[in-house]
Design a protein around this ligand. Structure first.
Ligand SMILES: [Zn+2]
Ligand SMILES: [Zn+2]
Length: 390
């Protein structure tokens, strides 16, 4: 561009008293005349196109126009106007009402837009403990890969795809409708911008072939059922040479482990105790994601009371620490008794505390066994699940 800026009114060819409608009309005329899609590669036309956009940007804004009228080209800078546009695309987006919205000519900024390959989704099932510890898997997927014979061009080796004459390689063609310019995918080359005269024998000109591929998937520790991993660039190859491949999404299915129920990063596990163990206290082994651990059960442990093993639950999948392992004690009441056991319990019975025989029949809520009468209606896990889902 020339170092000396021309007067904005002169650029648009309007008088200093021109109103908004006149300015808009003048600018539209100039924009169409010097449109880069009309004159591809014409540097002078492009400069004129930019110059007109700058003039219109100032004069169509009342504040900038009055600053310009008073102080010349330095004026609009005071209101934050940087002066001019960086690129053609900026002009399209600034004056979408003039160019028909959406940025106008996709090809106008130079270079066609190459479509990305499709994303692929697949599933991977892992065992509960693998999800807890993290694992690495090789999976097989079917995807479109660039043809090795023609390197994705679709042209017979030794030949080159020819630039499409209909769209001049832009992949888009512009139609003028009244004052609006609408651009659509080129019907001749279907957006590729080029055409193949002699097709590659391996891919029949498609540039890509369906292929089975082995992909290595790192499953992070703590992943939950239903979470998806994104493997960038591992999806289908672009249908056009030089295009980015799509992504591969791996939906993780975590198999249930009958010993654990997951709640966020916390794990619950139920541990059965006999009445004697609950009453007298004991030392037991409980399952953890690492294997097992011994814990002390206090004398007088109540049915369904809990012991929290801090930081022994599921690792957080984003690396933020670990959840807790919550051990719940299930006190088993025998359904069948040997005659010896029956005798002993009969002897024991009168020595046990019963709220019904005590002076006060009040039992504090938190001491009352929550729902032990329901214990025949399914496992504690079932109830936990039902509770979570409600
Ligand atoms: Zn090929
Ligand atoms: Zn074309």
């Amino acid at each position: 561009m020339s170092s000396q800026k021309r007067d904005y009114y002169e650029v648009l060819g309007v008088s200093r008293t021109a109103d908004d409608a006149e300015l808009k009309k003048a600018y539209r005329r100039m924009a169409m005349e010097f449109h880069p899609d009309r004159r591809p590669g014409d540097k002078e036309a492009e400069d004129k196109f930019k110059e007109a956009a700058e003039a219109y940007a100032v004069l169509s804004d009342a504040e900038k126009r009055s600053l310009y009228d008073r102080f010349g080209h330095q004026g609009p800078a005071q209101s934050g106007f940087s002066g001019g546009f960086g690129g053609i695309e900026d002009i399209f987006s600034a004056f979408a009402d003039i160019f028909g919205g959406g940025g106008g000519f996709p090809g106008g900024g130079g270079g066609r837009r190459v479509p990305r390959g499709d994303d692929i989704e697949t599933e991977l099932t892992v065992a509960f403990l693998d999800a807890a510890r993290g694992t690495k898997r090789e999976i097989e997927i079917d995807r479109h890969s660039a043809c090795e014979t023609c390197k994705g061009s679709g042209a017979k080796p030794g030949t080159q795809p020819q630039r499409c004459r209909t769209c001049q390689g832009r992949g888009q063609v512009a139609h003028q409708q009244g004052f609006f310019v609408i651009s659509t995918t080129c019907p001749q080359c279907r957006g590729a911008g080029s055409q193949i005269s002699e097709k590659c024998g391996s891919c029949k000109g498609a540039g890509q072939v369906a292929k089975r591929a082995t992909v290595s998937v790192t499953v992070p520790a703590g992943i939950d059922d239903g979470q998806r991993l994104r493997l960038s660039g591992q999806g289908d190859a672009s249908s056009q040479q030089g295009g980015e491949a799509g992504d591969l999404y791996v939906l993780i299915r975590v198999q249930a482990d009958p010993r654990f129920v997951r709640d966020g990063d916390d794990l619950w596990t139920d541990v059965p105790l006999t009445f004697a163990e609950a009453a007298l206290g004991t030392r037991i082994e409980v399952p953890t994601p690492e294997g097992s651990e011994h814990i002390e059960v206090a004398p007088g442990t109540q049915p369904l009371s809990k012991q929290v093993l801090s930081g022994r639950g599921m690792p957080n999948v984003r690396g933020r620490g670990r959840g807790n392992l919550i051990v719940r004690f299930v006190v088993l009441v025998p359904k069948e008794l040997s005659s010896e056991a029956r005798e002993l319990i009969e002897k024991l019975g009168p020595h046990l505390y019963s709220p019904r025989s005590a002076a006060s029949t009040e039992v504090p809520d938190d001491e009352a066994p929550e729902d032990h009468h329901e214990s025949d209606k399914g496992s504690v896990f079932d109830r936990l699940f039902r509770k979570k889902k409600k």
